[in-house]
Design a protein around this ligand. Structure first.
Ligand SMILES: Nc1ncnc2c1ncn2[C@@H]1O[C@H](COP(=O)(O)OP(=O)(O)O)[C@@H](O)[C@H]1O
Ligand SMILES: [Mg+2]
Length: 192
């Protein structure tokens, strides 16, 4: 079995509509994939499966050596970093940038881990610095530009040191320079 993703004939059907039609997809450790397709092609649906947020209507989805439907998704999800427009809309507008990133750690455990607070803050701070957001730590998420928001979301997705990182449309809303920079950054060793 593949280390990271092993989708075997995965279909997602909603009413009469087939969103994914018998998709096979194998991702091995260390690989980086880009999924291209027009609006409505099913990219987000596919990533929702890979992120253990959605179950296939039929077929088998293996994720990080677990099988969806036969594993506790609440243990699996923290091992997967996800950045998506849908998640971004859930971020409270008044939340400051550091908190947006640091709360990813608490989301995982579902409780306030007092002893780890400082370590988590340090890690969030380092990730934000890595993504060039150090000077904006105290700004609220609502006041950020699109490109700045994307970078904060990626830092957030990396907060739990995930084994699998999924970025849904990380370049959307970025200008040409912003996209170039993002691709360059994601290509650096140790990222993604
Ligand atoms: N719950 C649903 N019921 C019916 N159709 C849906 C549902 N969710 C998504 N779709 C449709 O599935 C198709 C694929 O959506 P999506 O995965 O978001 O595509 P992409 O991310 O490639 O733009 C779209 O046509 C969308 O309208
Ligand atoms: Mg989409």
């Amino acid at each position: 079995m593949s280390d990271v993703l092993e989708l075997d004939s995965v279909s997602v059907v909603r009413g009469k509509k087939t969103l994914l039609d018998k998709v096979d997809w194998q991702v091995n450790e260390g690989e980086r994939w880009v999924i291209l397709g027009p609006n409505g092609a099913g990219k987000t649906t596919l990533l929702q499966i890979a992120a253990a947020r959605l179950h296939p209507s039929s077929g088998k989805a293996g994720i990080l050596d677990e099988t969806l439907g036969r594993t506790d998704v609440f243990e699996l999800r923290p091992r997967i970093g996800l950045s998506s427009a849908a998640l971004a809309t859930q971020i409270p507008e008044h939340e400051n940038v550091l908190n947006v990133v640091v709360t990813a750690a608490y989301g995982v455990t579902g409780r306030w881990r007092e002893g780890y607070e400082r370590d988590d803050e340090r890690r969030a701070f380092r990730l934000l610095n890595d993504w060039g957001m150090g000077p904006l730590l105290n700004r609220t998420f609502a006041t950020l530009s699109e490109g700045e928001r994307k970078r904060v979301q990626i830092a957030r997705a990396l907060m739990t040191d995930p084994e699998l990182l999924l970025l849904d449309e990380p370049g959307a809303g970025l200008d040409l320079g912003g996209r170039e920079e993002l691709v360059h950054k994601l290509g650096e060793p140790g990222q993604g």
